[in-house]
Design a protein around this ligand. Structure first.
Ligand code: BTN
Length: 326
């Protein structure tokens, strides 16, 4: 465990700790403690300093832990996990998984991080990822199906997220094609799929999941879309990130297995039940045109169906931005 993580562990009770006591526990000088506190500050972690009392976090802190995540994962899903890597900070958990995938990491490798310095959203957007505020997690999944057959993967990942939330008693979220989990019109979670490999034959899928849990106000200023978090939705700030990570993996792994075997078909009913866009007026932004119409669900291939004045059209997710008309 890195020294910074050990330092955060010591501070995680939300109480004051003197530089001397922290230094003794970590086997470093008071000056070294101060330097690490400064570095954590620079990462945006709010540690207050009080002369005579020492350092303190504003509240208790639950750090991500491999064992706690595994304890919250069903045993059948845990069998498909080859390892869980926990980081204090990465640029993006999807990027981290990409690197290890290129170096031969096994299917079922998971990466979670307390924060991302360059979290990525769909279509080149930034995914705002402040420290310990949300879940940032990516799963590596190796498949022989070929990327072309896996077009609906972001849709079924959304279904897995909804199931995980429901297993925690959190209702009221729905799906917006192709990869958003919303509460009403506000974004609660997103899915980013990266693919390494050919359109047919073996490929490595990187399934990235971001779920807003307790977004601090200052960080939220940087979010360029209407958003919400589980704290607002559920009022339970004590929701455990380790437990949520375990629940998502518990749902995501069987969903991946079934999707690989049978495609989108077994998920269509669930999608239709939770589809927040069907029946709504929508605007679609394509690279060279803008289209308006009424959304009418998805087809068996996961394409969005829209009734336009030129008849029914289907859209694949690649280059499309979907806006529900106000
Ligand atoms: C979107 O809705 O635009 C997709 C958001 C996906 C965010 C997650 S957070 C974990 C993983 N790492 C990233 O950089 N992005 C995904």
């Amino acid at each position: 465990m890195s020294l910074r993580r050990r330092l955060l562990c010591l501070l995680s009770d939300g109480e004051y700790h003197s530089g001397e006591a922290l230094g003794a526990a970590l086997g470093v000088s008071r000056m070294a403690v101060w330097k690490h506190i400064k570095a954590l500050h620079e990462l945006g972690i709010d540690i207050s300093v009080h002369r005579g009392k020492g350092y303190r976090l504003p509240a208790t802190l639950e750090l991500l832990e491999r064992e706690c995540i595994l304890a919250a994962t069903t045993s059948s899903s845990a069998k498909a996990i080859s390892d869980i890597h926990v980081h204090l900070e990465v640029d993006s958990t999807n990027n981290w998984i990409r690197e290890v995938a290129l170096n031969g990491a096994a299917s079922g490798t998971v990466c979670v991080a307390e924060m991302q310095s360059a979290g990525r959203g769909r279509r080149g957007r930034t995914w705002v990822s402040p420290f310990a505020a949300s879940l940032y997690m990516s799963l590596l999944w190796r498949s022989n199906c070929g990327a072309a057959a896996l077009g609906g993967l972001s849709l079924v990942t959304g279904i897995a997220i909804l199931r995980a939330l429901q297993s925690l008693g959190i209702e009221g979220a729905g799906l917006k094609w192709p990869n958003d989990v919303l509460a009403g019109t506000e974004k609660l979670a997103g899915v980013l799929i990266d693919v390494i490999g050919e359109s047919s034959g073996p490929c490595a899928l990187i399934v990235g999941v971001g779920i807003n849990m307790n977004m601090p106000g200052e960080a939220a200023h940087a979010i360029d879309q209407s958003w919400t978090d589980l704290h607002r939705l559920d009022g339970d700030s004590a929701l455990s990130r380790n437990e949520l990570a375990g629940r998502v993996l518990s749902e995501l792994i069987p969903v991946m297995e079934l999707f690989e075997r049978e495609g989108l078909q077994p998920f269509l009913d669930d999608w239709h039940r939770h589809d927040l866009v069907s029946g709504q007026r929508v605007d679609l932004l394509l690279p060279n045109e803008q289209i308006s119409g009424t959304a009418c669900g998805i087809d068996d291939g996961g394409a969005l169906l829209v009734n336009t004045r030129d008849g029914r059209r289907r859209f694949l997710s690649g280059d499309v931005s979907l806006r529900v008309a106000p």
